[in-house]
Design a protein around this ligand. Structure first.
Ligand SMILES: Cc1cc2nc3c(=O)[nH]c(=O)nc-3n(C[C@H](O)[C@H](O)[C@H](O)COP(=O)(O)OP(=O)(O)OC[C@H]3O[C@@H](n4cnc5c(N)ncnc54)[C@H](O)[C@@H]3O)c2cc1C
Length: 493
C-alpha cells in the first residue's frame, strides 16, 4: 500500500526566530541561496541589546561578507588592548595581524549594528515581522507549526524548518532541550554608556582585581569622550558572590584608580542595564528534526572573553549552508542537519571548550590568589616576548585560535616564566632571612587551611566543582585529540 503524505501549505521555507546578528545575518545568506525566509522578532528595530559592543576582526570580516562592511566606517576603531590588575597597568598590546583579518576591532553600539544587519536581511528579501513573539512550536513529519503573539493576537506560521536565533533566554532552545540553559554555564553582566571619559580612544581596557575575580570589567571607548563600561561575573562561583553587579560597577569606577583615571568627570548616559550570557555547554544539542539553534540561543559565547557576535555571525552563515544541503537532499531530519554541529565543533569547539574549562577552574574563588599569580606570569612573559604577547593578546581579541595555547612552545614559555616568577619570590624570601621564611611558610599554611576549612563547610559544592572540572577536562581532551587529528590530516594533504 502506498501512503501519500500531503504537503501542507508552507508560509515560508525557513522561519527564523530572533533578528539579532545571528538571525538577521542568516536571513541574508538564505535569501542569497534562494529560499523564502520569515524573520520575526519580539522587539521593534532599532532596538538596544545589552552588550560591550566590541566587534572583533572576525566579526568585521563577516559584516563585509554580508555587504555592509562599509556602513561602519565612522564607528570607533580599536587597535590595542590593555590589561590592568589592582589599579596597575600590566600590559598594552596592539592587535596582531592574523591571516586576512583586519588588525583592529570596532566598538559599534548594538542599536546601530543590529539595525543595519536587520535592514540588510529585509533588503535581501526576507519577510520581517517585528513585535512578534514566538510562544511555542510543534514539529510534524512535514513541517513546523509556530505559534506567535502579534498585537495580542495568536498567529500560526507554517515552515519547513525553524531556527532559534532568539538569544540567551531562547524559547526555541528551551523547548528543544526541555530545560533552561544551565546556570553553571551562565555569566551575568551589566553595562552603561558614559560621556566625558578620557584616555586613548583606540584602546580597549580590561580590568581585574583579586576581590572582583572571577569577574572582569571593561572600558570600551565608543568615541574620543564616550565609552561602554561594564562588569561581568560567572553566575555560579564558589563560594557564591555577594555583591550586586550594578553596585559593584559603581563602586569599581570610584575605587579602581586606573578605571577612575579615565572616568573622573564621567557622567552616565541612561541607566546601568543587566543581561545574562549563555556560554558554551557541550552537553547541549544544536539540532533536532526541523530545528536548529544559532548564536546565543545555541550557547555560542566564549566564556573567557564574553565574545559572541563573531560566533552569532559565523553560525548564521554555516547553518544556512547546512540547510541548503539538507533542502537539496529533501531531508531536514536531525541526521541531515548534524553537519552543522560537526562544523561548529571542528571550527570553534576546541576554543569554546578550553575557555569553559578555564572558567570552571577559576569559579573557585578560594583559589583567587593562585589565578591572579598565573595572570601575572602570563603578562610578565608577554611583556618581554613579542610572539607570546601576540598569541595571548590574539586569543583575548578572538582572532587567534586557542589551540595555540596548547602549543608546546607556549606552555614551555609559560612554565619557564612561572619558574622565574615563583623562583624570584622564593629567592627574595630566602634573602629576607628567617623572619620572612616563617611568613612564607605560614602564608602557604594559612592558604591551605582556608581551603580545607571551606571544603569541610561546603563538601557538596566542592564535589560539584571537582566533578564538573573532571567532565570539562575530559571533554577538552577529546576536542584536543580531534584537533590534533584534523591538523595532522590537513598537514598530509
Ligand atoms: C553585558 C554583555 C556584554 C557583551 N559584550 C560583548 C562584546 O563586547 N562583544 C561580543 O562579541 N559579544 C558580547 N556579548 C555577547 C553578545 O551580546 C551576544 O553574543 C550577541 O548578542 C548574540 O547575538 P544573537 O543574534 O545570537 O542574539 P541577540 O542579539 O540577543 O538577539 C536575539 C533576538 O531575539 C529576539 N527574541 C528573543 N526571544 C524571542 C521570541 N520568543 N520571539 C521572537 N523574538 C525573540 C530578541 O528581541 C533579540 O532581538 C556581550 C553580552 C552581554 C550580556
Amino acid at each position: 500500500m502506498i501512503r501519500i503524505i500531503s504537503q501542507p501549505h508552507y508560509d515560508t521555507d525557513v522561519l527564523i526566530v530572533g533578528a539579532g546578528p545571528a538571525g538577521a545575518s542568516m536571513g541574508v545568506h538564505l535569501r542569497r541561496l534562494g529560499y523564502t525566509v520569515t524573520l520575526i522578532d519580539a522587539e521593534k528595530f532599532p532596538r538596544d541589546k545589552v552588550c560591550g559592543d566590541f566587534v572583533g576582526p572576525v566579526a568585521l570580516k563577516e559584516l563585509e561578507g554580508l555587504g555592509i562592511g562599509d556602513q561602519f566606517e565612522s564607528a570607533n576603531r580599536i587597535d590595542s588592548s590593555a590589561v590592568f590588575l589592582d589599579g596597575k597597568q600590566l600590559i598594552e598590546q596592539r592587535f596582531p595581524a592574523v591571516r586576512d583579518l583586519p588588525a583592529f576591532g570596532k566598538v559599534i553600539p548594538r542599536m546601530e549594528l543590529d539595525e543595519k544587519i536587520f535592514i540588510a536581511a529585509r533588503k535581501a528579501g526576507a519577510r520581517t515581522i517585528e513585535q512578534c513573539r514566538l510562544q511555542h512550536y510543534t514539529v510534524y513529519p512535514t513541517h513546523v507549526d509556530a505559534e506567535c503573539k502579534l498585537n495580542n493576537n495568536t498567529h500560526h506560521i507554517c515552515a519547513k524548518i525553524i531556527i532559534g536565533a532568539d538569544g540567551s533566554n531562547s524559547t526555541v532552545a528551551g523547548i528543544l532541550h526541555g530545560k533552561k540553559h544551565p546556570d553553571e554555564s551562565r555569566i551575568l553582566a551589566v553595562r552603561a554608556y558614559y560621556t566625558n571619559t578620557t584616555g586613548p580612544a583606540n584602546r580597549a581596557d580590561l580590568y581585574f582585581t583579586e576581590n572582583s575575580f572571577p569577574g572582569y570589567y571593561w572600558l570600551f571607548p565608543t568615541g574620543p569622550h564616550t565609552a561602554n563600561v561594564g562588569v561581568g561575573m560567572v553566575l555560579e562561583t564558589m563560594p557564591p558572590g555577594e555583591k550586586h553587579l550594578k553596585e559593584m560597577l559603581k563602586e569599581l569606577i570610584v575605587s579602581d584608580v586606573s578605571l577612575h583615571s579615565r572616568m573622573a568627570d564621567a557622567e552616565i548616559i541612561r541607566k546601568i542595564e543587566a543581561w545574562p550570557l549563555s556560554t558554551f555547554d557541550p552537553s547541549l544539542e544544536y539540532v533536532a528534526d526541523r530545528v536548529m539553534l544559532i548564536g546565543d540561543a545555541g550557547g555560542l559565547i566564549n566564556a573567557l572573553n564574553g565574545e559572541g557576535i563573531q560566533y552569532a555571525l559565523l553560525s548564521g552563515r554555516w547553518a544556512s549552508e547546512t540547510i541548503h544541503m539538507a533542502m537539496e537532499a529533501h531531508d531536514l531530519g536531525k541526521q541531515s542537519l548534524s553537519d552543522f554541529r560537526d562544523r561548529l565543533n571542528d571550527a570553534i569547539g576546541y576554543d569554546l571548550a578550553l575557555s569553559r574549562t578555564i572558567i570552571q577552574f577559576i569559579r573557585n574563588r578560594k583559589l583567587n590568589p593562585l589565578w591572579i599569580q598565573l595572570l601575572k606570569v602570563i603578562v610578565q612573559r608577554a611583556s618581554t616576548d613579542q610572539t607570546y604577547a601576540e598569541i595571548a593578546g590574539g586569543i583575548l581579541a578572538g582572532v587567534m585560535p586557542a589551540n595555540k595555547v596548547i602549543h608546546p612552545a607556549f606552555i614551555t614559555k609559560t612554565l619557564l616564566q612561572a619558574g622565574i616568577h615563583f623562583g624570584m619570590q622564593g629567592m627574595l624570601t630566602l634573602l629576607g632571612g628567617p623572619g620572612s621564611w616563617q611568613s612564607f611558610t605560614s602564608n602557604a599554611l594559612r592558604f591551605g587551611l582556608h581551603l580545607s576549612e571551606d571544603l569541610l563547610q561546603n563538601p557538596g559544592a566542592y564535589l560539584k566543582w571537582t566533578g564538573n572540572l573532571g567532565k570539562d577536562m575530559s571533554r577538552l581532551a577529546q576536542y584536543t585529540i580531534n584537533d590534533m587529528v584534523s591538523s595532522t590530516n590537513s598537514g598530509k594533504k
